[in-house]
Design a protein around this ligand. Structure first.
Ligand code: GRF
Length: 247
């Protein structure tokens, strides 16, 4: 009977079809905040229905609660094995029936079972221009190598750590004055710009992980993803959704 009511009620019907997002974090959650902000401006293309952290004291859990989003602490230390933890995590995630799982500073190695469960509908953000600097301490390693360009990548998650198909990248210049902290801050500001865009592309059905790799609006993406300049990103955020744009 409620179905009949729903059909007569446009608002409820629209609510029922809003894509659902679960975000996994371990710490500060500044990328989570960028996603929450995009949602509040109606620019995310969906709704963050839960935030899950493997650390109970993660600041990102407070960000979620402040935004009225369910915040779940699932401390990995309470589980005997990786597999037991990932099994519990899968259960909590699936309870929220997400269309997309977003890793935003989730500092855990994921078991193949977990990756397979959400393959093609799980994104991660990594602070380097992949495939360069997979793993940790990316800013320090980039500085030590004397590179002139560094940045951030959003990619689909595969079983290879930081090795899944790249969707989008943003670059920053590295100057002789840069320190690890300054470089991290520059990259972070790009992260906050491009992650909501990639999430929105996915939730709008524009970004798909096809058999041969990711496509945007049906067009295969280059192997290192699309490079978004600051201007591109700004334009993307202002874009009229009805507009056709071959980004
Ligand atoms: C970011 O640098 C992200 O690229 C990496 O983890 C960090 C998370 O930062 N995966 P925050 O918690 O979103 O502030």
């Amino acid at each position: 009977m409620s179905e009949e009511t729903d059909n007569l009620n446009g608002f409820e019907a629209e609510q029922a079809s809003t894509p659902r997002v679960v975000v996994l974090i371990s710490g500060n959650g500044s990328n989570l905040q960028a996603l929450i902000d995009a949602q509040s401006y109606d620019e995310l293309g969906g709704e963050i229905v839960a935030v899950i952290s493997n650390k109970a004291d993660a600041y990102g859990l407070k960000r979620a609660r402040d935004a009225g989003i369910e915040a779940v602490a699932l401390p990995h230390r309470e589980y005997d094995s990786r597999d037991a933890f990932d099994g519990a995590l899968i259960k909590v995630i699936e309870r929220h029936e997400p269309d997309l799982v977003v890793l935003a500073g989730f500092m855990r190695y994921l078991t193949p079972r977990f990756v397979q469960r959400f393959f093609g509908r799980m994104l991660n953000i990594h602070p380097s221009l992949l495939p360069a600097y997979q793993g940790l301490n990316t800013h320090a390693r980039a500085l030590a190598d004397g590179v002139t360009e560094h940045g951030v990548s959003v990619h689909f998650v595969s079983e290879e750590l930081d090795g899944g198909p790249v969707v989008v990248q943003a670059a920053v210049d590295v100057t002789p004055e840069d320190t690890e902290e300054s470089l991290k801050a520059k990259v972070h500001s790009r992260e906050h710009l491009i992650y909501p865009i990639a999430v929105r592309w996915f939730l709008e059905g524009r970004l798909i992980l096809a058999a041969k790799g990711p496509t945007l609006d049906g067009t295969p993406l280059p192997s290192q993803g699309l490079r978004l300049s600051h201007a591109d990103a700004a334009e993307e955020l202002d874009e009229d959704l009805s507009e056709e744009d071959d980004a």
